[in-house]
Ligand binder design. Structure first.
Ligand SMILES: N[C@@H](CCC(=O)N[C@@H](CS)C(=O)NCC(=O)O)C(=O)O
Length: 310
């Protein structure tokens, strides 16, 4: 019941970040492959409507967003730590750039350079999610040289850090900062037709990339989605009620709220009853006929918590 279950699909870059993080902690986990496009009927009962990949499940606790997943992993499996040089705050701050502007540019580059070969459904869905309602993937074609110039500068900083450390992004030991860059490198290599040629200008990056690739994803076993739902149904949340008297929004345990992902991607809103919250995380109890009650966790950063007013 305490097995780590990751709901993801092979091509998902953000899922690759978490898979590599499993490798850093040498974890055993179970893999449920979800569809790349909605509907995702065996994921929705677990998340209350959140559709993005990856999602981590441990019993009846469900972690949405890689930020939340990685924090839960560090809490449950502190050794080896994601922060071997003690760089916790710096790494989370860095993640807002790598998962924000850098991922956004990498996605635009991949979508724009493959726009003519994407299926119509996929292009429409990802266009809406990553570009908003006003743009389509075809509009990105003229922007590719600019995007490459932006990414080249960013990767030259990574190259510089790796040359100076001689090993990993922040020092001699691997940590979360490496996963934060690795998945972007992986994404450009596997999904951008010019990716391998672009990356070849960064020699220290190539050595570091091979080291992380060889380290792998921990130990993985596959699991049917129906079995993951049954596990949630047989389990109870391990998240105790926990409030915070200093909460800037004055939130209270037990109150009905909705969690709204920020950004203009049209992501669904999740409704539930507040079970726990602190500076970095919010957890809601959500009911579904197929799984009963699950506790769905989100990061605070990047999500708005709203009171449900009747
Ligand atoms: N902030 C989220 C972003 C997740 C995300 O955008 N994932 C992509 C796949 S890499 C996604 O869900 N795309 C739409 C889908 O798979 O339905 C996180 O860190 O987990």
């Amino acid at each position: 019941m305490n097995d780590i279950i990751l709901h993801h699909y092979p091509q998902s870059p953000v899922s690759e970040k978490v898979r590599v993080a499993f490798g850093l902690k040498n974890l055993a986990w179970r893999s449920v492959i979800i569809p790349r496009l909605p509907p995702k009927p065996d994921l929705m009962p677990l998340t209350g409507g959140f559709r993005r990949a990856p999602v981590m499940q441990i019993g009846a606790d469900v972690y949405c967003d890689s930020q939340c997943i990685l924090r839960a992993l560090e809490r449950r499996f502190p050794e080896p730590t994601f922060f071997p040089q003690g760089e916790r705050g710096l790494t989370w701050s860095l993640s807002r750039w790598t998962d924000g502007a850098l991922l956004d540019m990498a996605v635009r580059l991949v979508l724009g350079s493959t726009a003519d070969s994407l299926s119509e459904d996929f292009a429409r869905d990802r266009g809406r999610l990553y570009l908003g309602a006003e743009q389509t993937v075809q509009d990105l074609k003229g922007d590719l040289p600019h995007l490459i110039a932006q990414l080249r500068a960013a990767f030259s900083w990574l190259e510089n850090s790796l040359q100076e450390s001689g090993a990993y992004v922040l020092g001699p030991k691997p940590g979360l900062a490496d996963a934060l860059f690795y998945y972007l490198v992986w994404f450009l290599r596997v999904r951008w037709p010019e990716g391998a040629a672009f990356l070849s200008q960064f020699p220290a990056l190539l050595t570091w990339e091979a080291t992380l690739r060889d380290r792998g994803h921990g130990t993985v076993e596959s699991l049917e989605s129906g079995e993951a739902l049954a596990i949630a149904q047989r389990s109870e949340t391990q998240t105790p009620e926990r409030g915070d008297p200093e909460d800037p929004q004055g939130l209270r345990c037990g109150e009905p709220v909705r969690v709204v992902p920020l950004g203009d991607g049209g992501d669904p809103v999740v409704h539930g009853r507040l079970q726990a919250f602190d500076t970095e995380e919010v957890a809601l109890l959500v009911e579904d006929d197929r799984v009963g009650e699950v506790c769905v966790h989100f990061p605070r950063v990047g999500y708005r918590v709203c009171r449900n007013v009747k």
